[in-house]
Design a binder for this molecule. Structure first.
Ligand SMILES: Cc1cc2nc3c(=O)[nH]c(=O)nc-3n(C[C@H](O)[C@H](O)[C@H](O)COP(=O)(O)OP(=O)(O)OC[C@H]3O[C@@H](n4cnc5c(N)ncnc54)[C@H](O)[C@@H]3O)c2cc1C
Length: 460
């Protein structure tokens, strides 16, 4: 099968590698990228899906750290959202089946997951301490391109200007050259160069998710790195800080109906107590395409959906989409296409609701006071008033990004859990299970700083 991917941002390259790993000699992939149009140049935090992707494509842990200027990411540290600041990190505890019993200890005994990471220290013996990274997006781009080329994927420079349709979808596309293949994948980011030629609708999440603009700025390197992203609540949105090797990436994601870009910059400078240099301004409408697969055209990445950067869900969604495509691609029919689009809808609604929940706070500014929440989220929270979420609550599709562990940690951080009720559940547990569910921490005495840990890896 001949496949043309237009766009060599993270989405295009990840999709190419996932498909190539599955079909190898039976697939012929060409990527077209424009030298006149840059990648978006943001998107430096991953989710835990990243480690699956690396495993599936055979990418080496230490090589990724070295080549993409990575730091370790254990989760996201939320400052100023709930009653107290909290680290959203998840530990999947498979040995207890449907319930993640470790979370009882966390909730009932007011535990802190990832206590070790808050000390910014890492166990020197641990070869793979986390399953997420922060990376320099440009280094990541070079690395993924190199990996594609090593595997025989052709990357060609051209800018696509014409898309010719026929009854089966796309007949050919044309830039300086003409490209004809069996299947076309649109990874052109917000431009949507291929998929916009078909009839589909952008499902807009703005009613529930108000942020729609970003200013992005670097700050200087420090002596050590937080092994987590920091998300700080601001007057009209929130600010991220992502450490990568040699610098920090930052952004204020705000609602432009309340403040403008100058006000956003002033607020950041006041908070950080120094001037910043804004490198990029980005506008977006949170949501997704109701049909990101039509006939022989498939969109993935920003061309198909984007909610907002909180919880870094975008690259994870691209990975899940590419996996689904890899299962569905050979011998697909209209039923398969419909099934895919329905699954993406479930994934996107799951992201919408989970992110929306973060905005249930007691903050007093207009932006925070005027939040509205989806009924599906309200229903879930009603259900979770008397018991902790379990895996079965999130079984719409196994490709959902956010499940019971994520809900428990964020609900706990925001003070949304009725501890008295959960204690009742906990007290019913067999004492043997209570014992096994206790969260145990390692002795951190011999741990080294995060930067020292990375330095060692960079010298291997
Ligand atoms: C402020 C902000 C912060 C974010 N933070 C995170 C995060 O922490 N974690 C996360 O997972 N995601 C994050 N994202 C999302 C993340 O940036 C994207 O998921 C990721 O970069 C993938 O983008 P892409 O490949 O879809 O598009 P792009 O990077 O925009 O790539 C588009 C590609 O298409 C090519 N192209 C465009 N038009 C043509 C044409 N006519 N012909 C040929 N080629 C063409 C370009 O050359 C480029 O190669 C963030 C987004 C924003 C806005």
């Amino acid at each position: 099968m001949k496949i043309t991917i237009v766009g060599a941002g993270t989405a295009g390259l990840v999709t190419a590698l996932i498909l190539e790993s599955k079909y190898q000699e039976n697939i012929n992939i060409k990527i077209i990228k424009s030298k006149d149009i840059d990648i978006i140049g943001v998107g430096e935090g991953s989710t835990e899906h990243w480690i699956d992707f690396m495993g599936w494509c055979g990418l080496d842990y230490n090589e990724v750290i070295r080549e993409c200027n990575c730091t370790l990411k254990s989760g996201i540290y939320f400052k100023g959202w709930g009653k107290k600041d909290y680290l959203h990190t998840v530990h999947f505890d498979k040995k207890f089946g449907q319930e993640h019993l470790g979370y009882f200890d966390y909730v009932v005994n007011n535990g802190v997951f990832g206590k070790d990471y808050l000390s910014k220290k890492i166990n020197p013996e641990d070869k793979t301490p986390v399953n997420q990274f922060h990376f320099d997006t440009f280094k990541l781009n070079e690395y993924l391109q190199k990996k594609c080329m090593e595997r025989g994927i052709i990357i060609e420079e051209d800018t696509i200007k014409q898309v010719k349709l026929n009854k089966d979808g796309i007949d050919f596309i044309k830039g300086n050259k003409k490209y004809k293949s069996d299947f076309y994948i649109d990874c052109t980011g917000f431009r949507r160069v291929l998929i916009s030629n078909f009839k589909n609708r952008w499902i807009d999440f703005s009613k529930y998710l108000k942020v729609n603009s970003a200013i992005v700025f670097p700050t200087k390197d420090l002596n050590n790195y937080n092994p987590y992203t920091t998300a700080t609540a601001m007057s009209s949105g929130w600010m991220f800080n992502i450490p990568v090797w040699g610098r920090h990436g930052n952004g204020y994601i705000y609602d432009s109906n309340i403040i403008n870009e100058t006000q956003a910059q002033e607020e950041v400078e006041k908070k950080l107590k120094h001037k910043i240099e804004v490198r990029k301004q980005i506008k977006f409408t949170p949501g997704y395409l109701d049909k990101s697969w039509i006939k022989n055209c498939f969109a993935v990445g920003l061309s198909a959906n984007f909610v907002e950067p909180l919880e870094a869900s975008s690259i994870g969604t691209s990975i899940q989409s590419a996996y689904l495509l890899s299962h569905y691609l050979s011998n697909y029919n209209q039923k398969t296409i419909d099934r895919y689009n329905e699954t993406i809808e479930k994934i996107m609604l799951n992201i919408r609701d989970f992110i929306s929940m973060h905005y249930i706070t007691n903050r007093k500014e207009k932006f925070w006071r005027e939040q509205t929440f989806p009924d599906s989220l309200k229903d879930r929270l009603e259900l979770f008033k008397t018991r902790l979420p379990i895996r079965e609550d999130f079984n719409d599709t196994q490709y959902l990004l956010f499940r019971d562990p994520h809900y428990i940690v964020v609900m706990h951080g925001l003070g949304l859990i009725n501890i008295k009720n959960i204690k009742k559940q906990y007290n019913m547990l067999a004492s043997q299970l209570k014992q096994r569910s206790r969260i145990k921490y390692k002795n951190t005495k011999n741990f080294i700083t995060h930067k020292e840990w990375l330095t060692r890896v960079r010298h291997t």
